[in-house]
Design a protein around this ligand. Structure first.
Ligand SMILES: [Zn+2]
Length: 376
């Protein structure tokens, strides 16, 4: 395993053929693990096959019986560290998106999700990472992975509607929340998200000020264009984009324009590349297109990575943020990915495009880890 601490931080550690057979440590900056546990009723301590069998004949969600993420699969793929979300939308009357009818209910859902993470910590399945000390200890364990290791997670909130008022943000920080995306899909309390329009308003500015005081990371993913620019203008703290692709490759407001990517690079951000098929090829039709018919493979992930590297002139601003359990499964992810463990194919694909071993280390985990060390 090429996972030594030196390897994470120092350049080029050699490239022998036997080395290339080994696995890379993978940092996945976007998984909705607890949403799957609590709302999809998935026991993520089980193997993928077992979870799929258990869902046979159920059709309440589009991805039933086709999930690609579980804790054993993450271990198998050396996905030893991730950013894991809490997510709960508040919807006002007339908003047709799924969501809770009050911010208090949305908060309660995030607390159920947190309770699941805590129970995984008690089992030794997961470990929460809140500071540099936690991060270093955890990486040391994965440097030479032996036996059963916990999956490390940094807690993030996708959409801030559940933050009833700013006191709740401080409470959430106390629970280990270290990153926050103010919006998800549609209109939000603190910012406008994907497919919505408009700015962040007074509430958004106050949220950002409090996040800055708490040293919380701003996740720019899902902000609509107006909210994106306003948020960056009103926030002086650390910014990343946990799961966003390039608009130059797939035109839609969910993806970032080159101008936005350049601004994120200026702010020293890292952008995580997601594997939701509709964001990987133009013209995907939900429920109709298939990964095979649209030829969606991990190659488009590399295309997105490469596009960002070309804009930055280096490999320091892109990483992985799969979103592989974000409400879709095999029916809407790359055809050459059966489970999250197949992320180990990515280093080989990058190498074929001429990326050096050092570049590959940056992209697989190094950039996210350096980002967190800098912020903490
Ligand atoms: Zn998302």
């Amino acid at each position: 395993m090429r996972l030594s601490m030196n390897g994470l931080l120092s350049p080029e550690r050699g490239n022998s053929p036997s080395d290339m057979e080994n696995k890379h440590l993978i940092f996945d900056a976007h998984l909705d693990l607890s949403m799957n546990a609590i709302e999809w009723n998935r026991d993520l301590t089980r193997e993928i096959e077992e979870i799929r069998r258990r869902e046979a004949g159920i059709d309440d969600k589009p991805d039933r019986g086709r999930n690609t993420v579980s804790l054993p699969a993450m271990r198998k793929g050396c996905v030893g560290i991730c950013v894991a979300t809490q997510i709960a939308r508040y919807v006002k009357p007339g908003n047709t998106l799924p969501g809770w009818h009050s911010p208090q209910q949305a908060w309660a859902m995030t607390q159920a999700q947190l309770a699941w993470y805590r129970s995984m910590e008690e089992l030794g399945e997961m470990r929460q990472i809140v500071d540099s000390k936690d991060l270093d200890e955890h990486l040391q364990k994965w440097e030479d992975p032996q036996g059963f290791l916990p999956i490390g997670y940094i807690l993030s909130l996708e959409g801030a509607d559940s933050i009833v008022n700013l006191d709740y943000l401080e409470k959430a920080y106390g629970q280990g929340l270290r990153a926050l995306g103010p919006a998800h899909y549609g209109p939000g309390t603190y910012a406008q998200g994907t497919d919505a329009t408009g700015g962040i308003g007074q509430k958004g500015r106050e949220l950002l000020r409090e996040m800055e005081r708490l040293n919380m990371i701003l996740d720019a993913t899902h902000l609509c264009d107006v909210s994106f620019w306003e948020a960056l203008e009103n926030f002086n703290g650390a910014v990343w984009a946990s799961h966003s692709n390039c608009r130059a490759l797939v035109p839609h407001n969910r993806q970032f324009s080159d101008e936005q990517i350049k601004e994120l690079i200026n702010r020293n951000a890292v952008i995580g590349i997601p594997l939701d098929a509709w964001m990987m090829v133009p013209g995907w039709i939900r429920g109709k297109s298939t990964p095979e018919s649209m030829v969606v493979t991990l190659e488009q992930m590399i295309d997105n990575m490469d596009h960002i590297c070309q804009l930055s002139g280096n490999t320091l601003h892109v990483g992985i943020g799969t979103d592989l359990d974000g409400g879709f499964g095999k029916e809407q992810c790359p055809a050459d990915l059966e489970t999250i463990a197949d992320l180990q194919k990515v280093p080989g694909l990058l190498k074929r495009r001429g990326y050096s071993e050092e570049d590959i280390q940056n992209i697989m985990h190094g950039n996210w880890i350096r980002f967190l060390r800098r912020v903490w």
